[in-house]
Write a protein that binds this ligand. Sequence first.
Ligand code: SF4
Ligand code: SF4
Length: 266
Amino acid sequence: MTDDIKAASGNAEIPPEQMSMNSRFKFKCHKGVSCFTDCCRGIDIMLTPYDILTMRKKLDMSSEKFLAIFTTPQILEKADMPVVTLKLLDDDRNSCPFVEDEDGCVIYEDRPSTCRYYPIGVGSLSYSGEQGEKDEFFFSVKESHCKGFEEDQEWTVADWREDQGIDLRDEVNEGWMDLMVRKKSLPASMKLSEQAKQMFFTACYNIDKFKTFVFESSFLERYDIPEATLKELKEDDVKLLQFGFEWLKVTFFQAETDMFKVKPGK
Ligand code: SF4
Ligand code: SF4
């Protein structure tokens, strides 16, 4: 994921230090730190498509309702692509709607990727092609108010990712990250139409609306999708999300795939 997208946000007052998977750092966050929950206020958290799936499920609401209540639509400037950020409360500290002073995060098991990564950020240098090779780098996000760096627990970046459940999330979001990086790699003059941006928004962030689009529009009159795949897409939102990423890749970037065979005469 690009640094614009997933760098744990806030004002990193200490210059970031570039890291690899094997780089080591000391960090521990717990209720006893004097800064407990400080990092959940006045922040800018970009939500990934998988964050939205899991958070809306936790809150038992439709993706449409979740987006309306908890997010703000934005355009990621460098890629000129739609993203959504978590809408903060209008209190005196601009708190995250899910933070409680005593207990911390009330959706901890389903917290967004950015919150899991913190205090590590991740960037991608360029589009890595179809071979799946990754061109990622990591950096530590050291904010002077964060006391977690004064603790003695040592991690490698790889251990931290595993402990925080980041690997699985990045795997699900990979197609989305790929779309962002591909778009960012194009000349700035190559812009998506407003309709294309809307299509991207729906497929990536509003899964219920995308499901309606796939199953209740002329989509299936155009594409020859096997019955077994359709059954999976109806039952599994993660599969539907990844199907959407592939479809956008074909539609926007003419990527080659067998998944979207156009029916004869369409
Ligand atoms: S130690 Fe850092 S991550 Fe933990 S609550 Fe304090 S500011 Fe947040
Ligand atoms: S989602 Fe949870 S961990 Fe993330 S900022 Fe909000 S309260 Fe903090």
